[in-house]
Design a protein around this ligand. Structure first.
Ligand code: SF4
Ligand code: SF4
Length: 323
């Protein structure tokens, strides 16, 4: 999915940059966690319990870090990144520091408006990833924000009308939204948006309550099969690779899917500039003292950013990225 900042002739340059980063074992994707605060109330995440004093640590020089790593993709995440009123300035500084970088922001969407999206777009955001796990009030209850699902679904067409058309829903596959997966994809397709799925994990705060149960194995497999069938009918809506989607039931069954390459292909830089191999591991060192990680035997999660790094670079994968 190309953004307005890039043209088709940039694609080979992105491919060359990917090859260069890969050959040098440098991260392809850097997550900038710009704040640990959040005003949602998800019960599978403790970020919203972060003490106000944590704001004192929000001083990372993200543009300098971006220049140092010069990754292919950058995400601004949190916590809730839109809580930072200076987010546009941070994005503009980062976008100005690195060339050939695709920049996304991950938000729960409650504070995203057309004006804010325009400002972020002007600063350098290529893509807006909005969390959406249900199309109805279940989403509001899960996030602790009344009216959230309806707000998001109302916002997306207005964003498109305002020229902000690179929107993806980030959808977590849980025990009680298996009936929602295809409807979310269909709604995204109707809205001109994409969907990126991730498997639910208890790795954030140990809450395993939303993990699909063994008794739901058939239902889960059927839901994943339906997503794969949708991808065959229509490209460019579901952005996950077939490889990742097909592995989700296996991961929930507890199969060993091999080492995790978080920290190798992706790294996380927190609000004070400390690096973690992934959001659910402790800080290791400040980014100025970064040393490459090695793959790790860990199966605590199967988020898309972990699972997609294991997907082989096949022609269908390239088509997924280009669609
Ligand atoms: S999962 Fe996201 S939206 Fe929910 S509390 Fe954590 S940071 Fe906030
Ligand atoms: S599997 Fe990888 S990304 Fe997930 S918690 Fe473990 S190290 Fe982090």
């Amino acid at each position: 999915m190309l953004s307005a900042r890039y043209r088709p002739w940039h694609v080979p340059l992105f491919a060359a940059k990917y090859g260069w980063l890969h050959a040098r074992r440098r991260p392809v994707l850097v997550h900038f966690e710009v704040t640990m605060r959040c005003n949602a109330r998800c019960d599978f995440c403790d970020y919203w319990r972060t003490e106000e004093s944590a704001r004192a640590g929000e001083h990372a020089a993200f543009a300098d870090a971006a220049r140092r790593f010069a990754p292919l993709m950058i995400t601004f995440t949190g916590g809730e990144p839109l809580l930072r009123r200076d987010l546009e300035g941070i994005v503009a500084a980062v976008a100005g520091a690195v060339r050939l970088t695709y920049i996304a922001v991950i938000t729960h969407g409650a504070m995203l408006t057309v004006d804010r999206a325009r400002a972020l777009r002007a600063a350098g955001i290529d893509q807006f990833n909005i969390s959406l796990d249900y199309l109805d009030e279940r989403h509001d209850r899960a996030r602790g924000i009344p009216g959230l699902a309806a707000r998001i679904l109302d916002l997306v067409p207005r964003l498109r009308a305002a020229g902000v058309d690179a929107v993806r829903f980030n959808t977590v596959i849980k025990d009680d939204n298996l009936d929602q997966l295809v409807p979310i994809v269909e709604r995204a397709a109707a809205l001109g948006a994409g969907v990126s799925f991730s498997a639910y994990s208890a790795s954030k705060n140990g809450n395993a309550a939303h993990r699909p149960r063994p008794a739901q194995a058939q239902e889960l497999q059927a839901a994943v099969d339906a997503l794969l069938a949708f991808k065959r009918r229509r490209r460019g809506v579901i952005v996950n690779s077939d490889h990742y989607l097909a592995a989700i039931p296996r991961w929930f069954r507890g199969e060993d899917l091999g080492p995790c390459r978080s920290g190798v292909r992706t790294i996380h830089i927190g609000p004070s500039g400390m690096v973690r191999r992934c959001p659910d591991f402790p800080d290791d060192a400040h980014w100025t003292a970064f040393r490459p990680y090695a793959p790790i035997r860990c199966s605590e999660c199967f988020y898309a950013c972990r699972g997609e790094s294991q997907a082989p670079l096949t022609w269908s994968r390239v088509r997924d990225v280009m669609a």
